[in-house]
Structures are given as structure tokens and as C-alpha cells.
Design a protein around this ligand. Structure first.
Ligand code: ADP
Ligand code: MG
Length: 252
């Protein structure tokens, strides 16, 4: 597909060529990904779909630098992450990528605001300024009046909002979400999708794994996997002119 507005590799949030991932399990090789070529322009909102076992989570983990491919290259921005060491990958995960999971992955003992702060805590970067930014994020996801609640005192949708706020704390340009609405009812699912829409319209690139057609329909593009290969790649909506990418200056 021609992408006239994005001629330079750097304009891609992610660029995958020939990516394979094989797992060896009890002497048998499982070919989870069999040669994925994928270009994700900045500002795109991609839904990865496909049957269970088709390789969706494996692909998302590679995009998130949580795992390495068996072969092939993955560029995130200008960086070939397949050539970086663990420390550099961890830096990229912390600074550029926001993760959202189906099960929220909140820490039960911590309050809403402390959960949002967790990524900063790991970077020993908690300051009064960063606390202010976390409160802003909590307000942005509609939890300004729940700052001291703990996860058990929140609904599933509210917990996912906390997780989304947490994913934004380092101003990532890239948000990866694995079945983010998988545990939510349909009304709450729509609220979370509205929130993701808003983040995307601010210029953040989103890649989301889902098996729900209604969720996929809200993306700009549906990439279907089948047996570890791209079966189809369908654009639903063009990417609008990009606003300036989220500025590190607004970071705490
Ligand atoms: P999906 O998310 O689409 O359900 P996955 O990416 O989780 O698919 O898995 C793709 C294939 O790789 C499946 O056949 C799965 O069993 C296999 N697989 C995934 N993770 C591992 C692992 N850690 N070890 C061995 N096989 C794995
Ligand atoms: Mg999966």
C-alpha cells in the first residue's frame, strides 16, 4: 500500500521485515511467526486480529521489546531493536512504549495514583512534579475523584483506566494493548475505546490485539494473522495529519 505522506523509515513507528519467532518446546519447534512484514506509520491505530494461536501476542511482545525474534528485523523509529542489548531495550520500553493488558496488571496494595506512578518509581523518578502529572493523568482518564482508591475498590473499566493512565506516564509515542477490553462489558468497552481514540488523535500510535469485531472496527486498520503470517491487511480509515508528537518537555 502506498504511503505518500510517510516516505522516510523514521516516519514509521514500527517497521518489520521477515520477522519469525520459533519456540522450541520439548524438542519440537513451534513456528509462532513465519515471516511478518509490516509497516506501521506514525499515528496509525492498528487492530491485530486472528484466531487463538495465530501469533498475535507473540507479535505484540516483539513490538514491545519484551522478546526477540528468531530472524528478521524490527525498527522502532530509527532504532533496529534486534541489534540492541537488554539495557537499551529496557530503556526503549520505559521511555517510548506504553503497555495495556487484558488483566490490567495493577498492584493491589497501591492506590490509583501510586499505580499510575509505578513506571516512574522503577526509574527512581518520583518527584512532586511527577506526582502532579500523575494526578493530571488520573483526571484525564476520569478518575480524578478516585486517587486514593485501591484496585479492589474499582470497577473493571476503572481499573483499565488506571492502567491506561499508567501507560502514559512517560509520554510514550507508541501504545501496545493486548485485549484491553477482553474483561469488560460492552458499555465499558466503548468508554475505553473512546479513550484510545483520543490518545490516537493526539498523535500516539496504537497497536491493539483483539478478537472482537466491534473493537477492531474502531481502529484505522485491521491486520489479520493466520498461522503466524499476515493473512490480510485492510485500511479502514486514513491517518490524519499528525499533530506534533507528544513532547518530552511535558514529561515529569
Ligand atoms: P495468540 O496470541 O494469537 O493466541 P500466541 O502468539 O500466544 O497466539 O501463540 C502463537 C503460537 O505460539 C501458539 O501455537 C502458541 O502455542 C505458541 N507459543 C506462544 N508462546 C509460546 C512459548 N513461550 N513457548 C512455546 N510455544 C509458544
Ligand atoms: Mg494472545
Amino acid at each position: 500500500m502506498p504511503e505518500p505522506n510517510h516516505p522516510e523509515p523514521a516516519e514509521y513507528a514500527a517497521l518489520l521485515s521477515g520477522v519469525t519467532r520459533e519456540y522450541v518446546l520439548k524438542g519440537e519447534t513451534v513456528r509462532a511467526l513465519r515471516g511478518i512484514d509490516l509497516k506501521v506509520p506514525r499515528g496509525d491505530f492498528v487492530a491485530i486480529m486472528g484466531a487463538s494461536g495465530s501469533g498475535k501476542s507473540t507479535l505484540l511482545n516483539l513490538l514491545g521489546c519484551l522478546d526477540r525474534p528468531t530472524a528478521g528485523t524490527i525498527l522502532l523509529g530509527n532504532d533496529d531493536v534486534t541489534r540492541l542489548d537488554d539495557a537499551a531495550l529496557s530503556e526503549i520500553r520505559g521511555s517510548r512504549i506504553g503497555f495495556v493488558f487484558q488483566s490490567y496488571n495493577l498492584i493491589q496494595q497501591l492506590t490509583v495514583i501510586e499505580n499510575i506512578e509505578v513506571p516512574l518509581f522503577y526509574q527512581k523518578n518520583v518527584t512532586s512534579k511527577s506526582r502532579k502529572r500523575c494526578i493530571e493523568l488520573a483526571k484525564m482518564v476520569g478518575l480524578g475523584d478516585r486517587l486514593s482508591h485501591r484496585p479492589t475498590q474499582l470497577s473493571g473499566g476503572q481499573q483499565q483506566r488506571v492502567a491506561i493512565a499508567r501507560s502514559l506516564v512517560n509520554d510514550p509515542y507508541f501504545i501496545l494493548a493486548d485485549e484491553p477490553t477482553g474483561n469488560l462489558d460492552s458499555v465499558t468497552t466503548l468508554e475505553i475505546l473512546d479513550l484510545l481514540d483520543r490518545l490516537n488523535s493526539e498523535g500516539r500510535t496504537i497497536i491493539l490485539v483483539t478478537h472482537e469485531d466491534e473493537v477492531g472496527a474502531r481502529s484505522r486498520r485491521i491486520v489479520r494473522l493466520r498461522d503466524g503470517q499476515v493473512e490480510s491487511d485492510k485500511r479502514l480509515a486514513e491517518i490524519p495529519d499528525l499533530p506534533d508528537p507528544p513532547k518530552p518537555a511535558s514529561r515529569a
